[in-house]
Design a protein around this ligand. Structure first.
Ligand code: GDP
Ligand code: MG
Length: 160
């Protein structure tokens, strides 16, 4: 089912969330994972990776013409990235809300960027901006085998 009505009901919507190199090096991986876990989202995939320049340029291909593109790519190449897939109701939009605004200074306190970052060029995390880009990003970063299939008995405590 692909209609917006169905999307609002789907507890299996998936989003791609990544802790960028600054977040990994600052020791914020656990904190970011904990927020998604505690919220009730289901962890589908998780790995620490050092992708190629080419991989990162494809990930950010929509921003190719921007003046900050080269510095964005070197920032993303500056260390390993913690890549993950989280699943649940409204995972894409709520995931973005949990991350906060692109510019951390404009992010509300209580969001990840609002609590742990200051500058846009060091904003510690990534989250898909639509279901369509989530699907694209998930298949760009993970193989089908890495997307774990399991039953989580907690689901009945999180969804009515
Ligand atoms: P996001 O979806 O909130 O991550 O924001 P965008 O998709 O617009 O941009 C992707 C990433 O590029 C951001 O998270 C920032 O790391 C970086 N970025 C975006 N805009 C700027 C900018 O104006 N300056 C710098 N230095 N980096 C930027
Ligand atoms: Mg984006």
């Amino acid at each position: 089912c692909h209609s917006d009505e169905c999307r609002k009901m789907s507890t299996t919507e998936r989003t791609f969330i990544a802790v960028k190199p600054d977040g990994v090096q600052r020791g914020l991986v656990g904190e970011i994972i904990a927020r998604f876990e505690k919220r009730g989202y289901k962890l589908i995939a998780l790995k620490l990776v050092s992708p190629t320049k080419d991989h990162l340029e494809t990930h950010y291909e929509d921003l190719k013409g921007k003046p900050f593109f080269p510095s964005l790519i070197s920032y993303m190449l500056s260390g390993p990235i913690a890549a993950m897939v989280w699943e649940g109701l409204d995972a894409v939009k709520t995931g973005r809300a949990m991350l906060g605004a692109t510019n951390p200074l404009a992010s509300a306190i209580g969001t990840i960027r609002g609590d742990y970052a200051i500058q846009t060029g060091r904003n510690i995390c990534h989250g898909s901006d639509s279901v369509e880009s989530a699907n694209k990003e998930i298949s760009h970063w993970f193989t089908e085998n890495e997307l774990n299939k399991y039953n989580n008995p907690l689901q009945s405590l999180i969804y009515e």
